[in-house]
Design a protein around this ligand. Structure first.
Ligand code: CA
Length: 498
């Protein structure tokens, strides 16, 4: 009798286990704009403490070699959505309009039962597609009182944009989504993109701190081709009054203006009274301190808001079933080489932050040094959801890396192509990177650079055409050819090459 009663239960348990589909985790993608890894303490920053981002790293995985395919805002976003290089998804520059009819990962997630939402910066000009709910900034958006578009209709929000984007993200998580479905939320900040207006609560928070200068603040580009010296992103020459907060960009409420202007105006007046008598070196240093403080305070607000979201996941019980991803669309120069901005294939604007927490699946405090890319994000999210990627996608799922599996056949090189040209004086270029070497071609002038990142991690001196690097140079040029074929870089792009 006992046997008869026990056996069906056992059978039920065994068959139930065997048939159960793997649970689809929620996906929370927190994405920022221009947040360089070297402004995150989990990446060793000496400029700022980011305890909430560090928490993701402590409880999850830090990707140390994640790189963007095209280091600029809108193209990076389009690559993430489509899983395809810029020359295939059509978003080659910030000026292009994203073709929202193409296959993107949110559309494929919906097909396997996910509810999808996008809150915050979009920057792709066409209306978002593939989302059950969206509320996005118009264009770049402003730091205060942003105009937003909610499911096609304009809404005006009052407050600090980084806080507002988190408020709207939490509102969707708490009240608006269907709790019976797995979710994918893209919570995307404008910050810390220019022009860097800190939150009222942070004004003056770094006044007593002298931010360390990068040792390349006065770099002369002598080890590079002519391209670098033709930049228009100089801390001294190109920041201008608006980026230095000598003029403001947001439309403030009278109450906000009183506090914001009350902080900046007396300091601006003191600076303007002595500006003409300052040397170039003094001016560079003043520009750097004024600008980097504002940049770091904008990043500080991001970190605080990441903390608010993590706290909600804890309190709601969602944390266990939610993969949290933090990334930014590219890196950024923080006075390095005397620059602000991005675009170049040099490491500091080429590398992206990528932190991932997945309770029970990722070993806490783990670090990954494989060559990964924003090209991989779409397929990673689809893999997490148990969905098939589109055959045209060009990345690789990072899920095996997240699970700590050794990937012996992982890629050994990455292809890069900056298409925009002109912006901040950066010429179009393409290149290839391996773990140790990097080859860059500024093809409009046929200028080549080669770096040995082990010997020269700051990329101060190109070794292109140095006899001792002849073999490596040949290998890297062949690898560039191979990658062009692998990614089917179209003839029209090739024809632009001289
Ligand atoms: Ca950006």
């Amino acid at each position: 009798m006992k046997m008869v009663r026990t056996l069906p239960c056992l059978l039920l348990l065994v068959s139930g286990f065997a048939q159960a589909a793997p649970k689809q985790p929620n996906i929370l993608f927190i994405f920022t704009d221009d947040h360089a890894p070297h402004a995150i303490s989990a990446y060793g920053s000496e400029l700022i403490k980011t305890p909430n981002l560090d928490r993701i790293a402590k409880e999850g995985m830090t990707f140390e070699r994640c790189y963007v395919t095209n280091s600029i805002c809108a193209p990076s976003r389009a690559v993430i959505l489509s899983g395809r290089h810029s020359f295939h998804n059509g978003q080659m520059t910030n000026g292009d309009v994203f073709d929202g009819s193409q296959v993107t990962f949110p559309k494929l997630l919906r097909k396997v039962g996910y509810e999808t939402a996008l809150i915050g910066k979009w920057h792709l000009k066409s209306d978002p597609t593939g989302f059950d709910r969206y509320e996005v900034l118009y264009g770049q958006g402003s730091y205060y009182n942003p105009r937003m578009k909610r499911d096609g209709k304009e809404v005006k929000r009052v407050g600090y944009t980084t806080d507002i984007i988190t408020d709207l993200s939490l509102q969707w998580l708490k009240e608006e989504r269907d709790p019976d479905k797995p979710f994918m939320l893209m919570s995307q900040h404008k910050a810390p993109h220019g022009r860097w207006e800190p939150a009222l609560r942070h004004l003056g928070a770094l006044d007593e701190v002298e931010i360390p200068e990068p040792d390349t603040l006065f770099h002369d580009y002598s080890g590079k081709t002519s391209s670098a010296s033709q930049h228009k992103m100089g801390i001294l020459e190109h920041l201008g009054d608006k980026r230095l907060m000598l003029q403001y960009s947001s439309q403030f409420t009278p109450e906000q203006f009183k506090v914001f202007d009350g902080y900046f105006r007396p300091r601006n007046e003191a600076f303007l009274a002595k500006r003409d008598s300052m040397s170039k070196e003094e001016l560079t240093r003043w520009h750097y301190q004024r600008w980097i403080r504002n940049y770091l305070l904008c990043a500080k607000a991001v970190d605080e808001n990441v903390g608010r979201i993590l706290k909600y996941l804890d309190e709601s019980g969602l944390a266990e079933d939610t993969v949290v991803i933090y990334s930014s669309d590219q890196g950024f120069y923080l006075g390095d080489y005397g620059w602000f901005d991005k675009r170049w294939m040099y490491e500091l604007s080429y590398r992206m932050p990528l932190l991932v927490r997945w309770p029970g699946q990722i070993e806490p405090k783990s670090k990954n040094r494989d060559l990964t890319s924003n090209l991989d994000f779409a397929q990673t999210f689809l893999d997490l959801a148990g969905a098939q990627p589109d055959p045209k996608m060009q990345g690789v799922s990072l899920v095996p890396l997240l699970k700590g599996r050794d990937q012996k056949n992982w890629r050994q090189s990455l292809y890069y192509h900056y298409h925009e040209g002109g912006g901040h004086g950066v010429a179009r270029h393409e290149g290839v990177k391996t773990a140790r070497h990097k080859l860059i071609r500024f093809y409009e002038k046929d200028e080549w650079e080669l770096y040995d990142l082990k010997e020269d991690p700051k990329e101060l001196k190109s070794v292109y055409d140095q006899p001792e690097y002849a073999k490596i140079q040949g290998r890297m040029r062949r690898e560039l050819d191979r990658l062009r074929k692998e990614y089917e870089v179209p003839t029209s792009v090739y024809q632009a090459l001289k």
